[in-house]
Design a protein around this ligand. Structure first.
Ligand SMILES: Nc1nc2c(c(=O)[nH]1)N[C@H]1C(S)=C(S)[C@@H](COP(=O)(O)OP(=O)(O)OC[C@H]3O[C@@H](n4cnc5c(=O)[nH]c(N)nc54)[C@H](O)[C@@H]3O)O[C@H]1N2
Ligand SMILES: Nc1nc2c(c(=O)[nH]1)N[C@H]1C(S)=C(S)[C@@H](COP(=O)(O)OP(=O)(O)OC[C@H]3O[C@@H](n4cnc5c(=O)[nH]c(N)nc54)[C@H](O)[C@@H]3O)O[C@H]1N2
Ligand SMILES: [Mo]
Length: 772
């Protein structure tokens, strides 16, 4: 057994590391060993000594060499040479790039105020630790946004948890804190049931959870209950599968609580001691009988009774939620009611139940502490604060839908500069991408930190800064961003590629120029040792020697005064209890109790329109082969998933005359996308699932084609107007559409063909067909 982090000779060596990104990954921190020969990464193997992943790795890490040495990778700083959108660039040095940026930033600050700049960032990659500090402590702007409608990812789930329960992120107990003995640790108890709700952890490994742990637990006897409109592999192995109509989840969870409360099978002891507002919740769930909700969700009422009873009868059980919960307008209520299901079944912070950290821990909080660099006056005029105080307080980021409004209207002020970090915007994160595209064009100056030329970088980028992948820099990874962090893993630099620099390195260097007091660090290692690792008394080198730092875990923290900042027993909420009537939801203008609301577009809420658009549309279930819009240029991965697909049930396909692999137009009143039919019995009849984040790196990236970013973009069907009252959650996975075969299987013959001229489309189609 080798414990050191690096071994071998100067030109043939191995580096042990924990992965994060780039390339994309939610912070799972899988362990791997990188083999470097003559300065090049030649192989990647799972690290059997890593306490969580134990040698297992997904295909995106195994194909890392293809990614790192891809001929299209950007490895030098670039300055735009032609007009925007022409994709003409001039190579420059880092110093030249910093000079230009420094001058521009100072100019915008002096002439329009620091609020005229905005940082736009993407999802839970390593970069998420650094783009808020980039905005607040480097550029000095109060505006930083993840421009996803309703922030519908991890944030809303954290916000609801913080406000209703007063804990950090709730994760199922998979013995993730017991590194030595794992499932055999005497403190641990295997859950009899794990309820997987709107998540596919095997594919997504989302939010810091190592998905394969579910298989470990199943092998030991855990049974599954799954809520998902698709028969996923996990659903196929579940005791109960609620194949619900997308967007109706709140009705199902309220009905489950109706059974549990009315049959008196809930955890009375936990509710009496640790919950507030039970009587109100009890009254609320009366409206949601299993019979009524079965009809709303299109699931059998008997299954609601049976699953509620079995779940309550089990000695240990847990619930895991995914992003599908907040990808509905009613998303905050879905999450709220799931938190209440966890409460009334008494599973918080008990073995085999839900593990949790504190609401905020030193581990994750430092990045938002950089908001302290912003004056109160500036902070008060950041975008979305007055309109959506809940979102503003919960996220320390802008309310994204408001960012679009401000970009478009230039009210209350114009945004002049954007810094795009770890997001490819229109090809993935933006709903109504056509609106965003026009809005981005109004910016005067755009910096992009990227690894590849993305459609948005080519369209609006003025300076492109090449970003290093995780084997190219030192860093750390912490699952759940400090909210439920079961280890801190060292990320060790093994190779160098071109002039690439990490997001942190850019912050430190540019920070020294623009705001030196906030960036007194020599380099990344010094940064971790000084600022970040200080509180656990470890330097970066210490963590590196350890491989992973393992914090201890205590169950039932609420009984021991370990959850609240004031050291009292209970939960970090206003009442000190789990608030089954959420004080803060009410304070911010929503109902204190969960309620069901139909999706804004559905056969029930828009019956007229649904005659034209008869299918319910869900989007974006994750695939192994890509992290969002990334990886589409990686040959091995593209070989496995060559095309964007729309899953259609055989009976619906037959109705529409669609056959396997046909090019299909998915269309609604907002827009259209062309995807390839995947006819599968596993999708609920009447529902179609369109994959998200597709573009074609093999195509011309200059305008108007833009790497095909408009053709298969499912977000063209998703509007911006239907976020929840709290400004968090939006209907990305519950819309309506029609589907029809593109005549002659030729994109170009589609009457609207918004994406290109017929001649262009034909040549691309021909070249792609010959590649098949
Ligand atoms: N390989 C890979 N991994 C990823 C990502 C990636 O792009 N690629 N993205 C990362 C990110 S940012 C995130 S947020 C996570 C998300 O990962 P997850 O939380 O696992 O979410 P999804 O894969 O989007 O969807 C999970 C399941 O929800 C189901 N679903 C769809 N609509 C509904 C609905 O209305 N109700 C219910 N109950 N279920 C529904 C889908 O069929 C799907 O099986 O994954 C992360 N991990
Ligand atoms: N219809 C629909 N749309 C969705 C979803 C859905 O389910 N349905 N899911 C949504 C969700 S949950 C999310 S979180 C968003 C995700 O959206 P984003 O996070 O914006 O993901 P990408 O579009 O892949 O953009 C990431 C870009 O950053 C680059 N990159 C990767 N890692 C790093 C890094 O560490 N540093 C830097 N500087 N760059 C990096 C990559 O090359 C890539 O071009 O998409 C959303 N879009
Ligand atoms: Mo996400």
């Amino acid at each position: 057994m080798r414990k050191e982090w690096k071994w071998g000779t100067d030109d043939d060596y191995y580096v042990r590391t924990c992965g994060w990104s780039p390339p994309g990954d939610h912070p799972v921190g899988c362990g791997m060993i990188l083999h470097v020969k003559d300065g090049k990464l030649v192989d990647v193997e799972g690290d059997p000594e890593h306490p969580i992943s134990q040698g297992r790795l997904c295909i995106r890490c195994l194909t890392l060499p293809e990614y790192i040495y891809h001929p299209q990778r950007i490895i030098h700083p670039l300055k735009r040479a032609g007009e925007r959108g022409e994709n003409k660039w001039q190579r420059i040095t880092w110093d030249e790039a910093y000079d230009i940026i420094e001058e521009k930033v100072n100019f915008f600050k002096e002439n329009y105020g620091a609020q005229s700049m905005i940082v736009l960032g993407g999802t839970g990659r390593e970069a998420t630790l650094y783009y808020a500090p980039l905005a607040y402590a480097v550029l000095g702007t109060p505006n930083c946004s993840v421009p996803l409608s309703g922030n519908a990812c991890y944030g809303p789930r954290c916000a609801a948890t913080q406000f209703a329960v007063g804990i950090g992120y709730p994760e199922i107990d998979y013995a993730g804190y017991f590194h030595e003995n794992r499932y055999d640790d005497p403190q641990y108890k295997l859950p009899e049931y794990v309820w997987i709700w709107g998540k596919e952890p095997l594919r997504s490994n989302a939010d810091g959870f190592f998905g394969h742990a579910i298989i470990d637990m199943m092998k030991r006897g855990t049974q599954l209950i799954v809520t998902d409109p698709r028969v996923t592999w996990l659903a196929a192995h579940a005791k109960y599968h609620f194949q619900i109509r997308p967007g109706t989840d709140t009705a199902l969870s309220l009905a489950l609580m109706n059974v549990m409360i009315n049959e008196d099978i809930y955890d009375k002891e936990f509710v009496e001691s640790w919950c507030w507002g039970f009587d109100d919740l009890k009254e609320r769930v009366q409206e949601y009988t299993p019979e009524r909700c079965a009809e709303i969700c299109d699931v059998p009422a008997e299954m609601i009774y049976a699953a509620a009873r079995d779940f309550c009868a089990a000695d240990s059980k847990s619930i895991q939620w995914g992003v599908a919960t907040v990808m509905a307008q009613n998303g905050m209520q879905i999450v709220q009611s799931l938190l209440y299901l966890m409460a009334i079944t008494g599973i918080y912070d008990v073995p085999g139940g839900i593990t949790c950290g504190k609401v905020s821990s030193a581990l994750g909080a430092w990045r938002y502490s950089t908001t302290g660099e912003i004056s109160e006056d500036l902070w008060n005029i950041r975008i979305g604060t007055s309109e959506y105080p809940c979102s503003a307080v919960a996220m320390s980021l802008n309310q994204p839908d408001m960012v679009l409004d401000v970009l478009e209207s230039e009210e209350p002020y114009k945004l002049h500069m954007a810094w795009i970090n770890s997001t490819s915007l229109i090809s993935c994160i933006n709903q109504a991408p056509d609106r965003w595209y026009d809005a981005y064009k109004k910016l005067d100056f755009v910096v992009v930190q990227e690894l590849f030329m993305t459609p948005i970088a080519a369209a609006v980028g003025d300076i492109i800064l090449p970003t290093s992948t995780f084997p190219e820099h030192d860093g750390i990874v912490m699952p759940h961003f400090g909210r439920n962090t079961n280890f801190i893993g060292a990320m060790n630099k093994a190779i160098e590629v071109g002039d690439c620099r990490s997001d942190l390195e850019v912050c430190i260097t540019l920070g020294k120029r623009l705001n030196p007091d906030a960036w007194p660090y020599e380099d990344a290692k010094d940064f971790f040792s000084q600022q970040f690792m200080g509180f656990i008394g470890k330097t970066f080198e210490d963590i590196r020697e350890l491989g992973v730092y393992e914090p201890p875990y205590e169950y039932r923290k609420y009984e021991k005064g370990l959850l609240r900042a004031d050291g009292d027993i209970g939960f970090e909420t206003i009442t000190g209890k789990v608030e089954l009537r959420a004080t803060m939801f009410e304070a911010w203008g929503d109902n204190a109790l969960p309620y069901y609301q139909e999706p804004p577009y559905s056969p029930v809420s828009t019956p007229e329109l649904s005659r034209e658009y008869p299918y319910v549309l869900t989007t974006g279930a994750r695939r192994f082969t890509a992290f969002h819009s990334e990886h589409k240029m990686i040959p091995t991965l593209r070989h496995i998933d060559p095309w964007p697909t729309v899953e259609i049930n055989p009976q619906d396909a037959a109705k529409e005359g669609i056959e396997q692999n046909d090019w299909v137009c998915v269309e609604n009143n907002f827009g259209q996308a062309v995807l390839r039919a995947d006819i599968v019995p596993t999708i609920k009849p009447g529902v179609v699932h369109g994959i998200h984040a597709w573009w074609y790196p093999e195509e011309d990236i200059s305008e108007p084609n833009m790497g095909g970013a408009w053709k298969s973009n499912i977000n063209r069907l998703i509007p911006h107007e239907y976020i929840s009252k709290l400004g968090l959650a939006a209907p990305l996975k519950s819309s309506i559409c029609k589907i029809y075969k593109v005549p002659d299987n030729n994109w170009a013959s589609h009457p609207d063909k918004p994406w290109k001229t017929e001649a262009q489309a034909k040549s691309i189609l021909t070249s792609q067909q010959s590649n098949q």
